[in-house]
Design a protein around this ligand. Sequence first.
Ligand SMILES: NC(=O)c1ccc[n+]([C@@H]2O[C@H](COP(=O)([O-])OP(=O)(O)OC[C@H]3O[C@@H](n4cnc5c(N)ncnc54)[C@H](O)[C@@H]3O)[C@@H](O)[C@H]2O)c1
Length: 258
Amino acid sequence: MELQGKRIIVTGAARGMGAATVRAYVRAGAAVVGMDVSDEAGAAVARDASAAGPGTADYLHVDVADRDSVETAFAEAVRRLGGLDVLAHPAAIQRSVSASDVTVEEWDLMFAVNVRGTMLTNQVARRYIKDAGGGSIINFGSISGQRPEPAGAAYSAAKGAVHAWTRTAAGTWGDDNIRVNTILPAMATPMYNEAMARASEEQKVAGYWMNHHSIALGHKYGDPDRDLGPVMVFLASDASHFITGQLIPVDGGQHSVR
Ligand SMILES: NC(=O)c1ccc[n+]([C@@H]2O[C@H](COP(=O)([O-])OP(=O)(O)OC[C@H]3O[C@@H](n4cnc5c(N)ncnc54)[C@H](O)[C@@H]3O)[C@@H](O)[C@H]2O)c1
């Protein structure tokens, strides 16, 4: 019951790390509203988490790239929760496209969801978390934003922007007692499985040496419930009250931030 009394919004809650985060928070006693564009799956995740308890989970539709949608969904979530202490923001998209071929449309879509979505959700959450006297915002970056990423040029650039935004938001909102950190995960989720399915045999071999071999703890991607959930609980809890502006890999040692 480490999060008893905490009121939390989780984006990207229909699957992957967002769904695992909803489950971890409810297990720790929090009141959660999950949000996603994928409504049927998102509602099912919330329903199952609530049934398991001891906390509660609800579900609302949001498109994080759209200001009106974020304003409307967050206002309704705060009404249901009675305030807001924490935003966990895993919602994002991933596409495989090279620096040579990326189109304006692909670039703009990536930045709309992954970068504008981070700015909008963080900015709107900050107003409510400030009213509550402070709290925690947890964004999702990537090792892709820290290194050359030949197969994911736009994704890499967008995640680099999320890292920069996190540092600036943390530096700006410390006066509101709001901490802002970013997780750099390596977890076996639908996003990961879809990227593997798109890869050629040659890319899979290169990807093994680039991504899996460097995971010191077992050479494979983690399980979001087992390996990420407890970290999400820690970063939402008061135990992490003096940690802000950090890029935090939860990746078995795949990468170290310098
Ligand atoms: N899987 C990995 O190992 C890995 C590695 C590095 C970074 N990440 C990052 O971690 C985060 C979580 O990734 P995941 O693997 O759980 O992804 P996922 O694809 O399994 O889940 C992402 C969720 O976000 C939702 N979503 C997409 N666009 C949205 C929008 N416009 N509005 C609201 N919801 C939207 C999707 O419907 C989906 O439910 C992402 O930010 C991702 O970029 C993942």
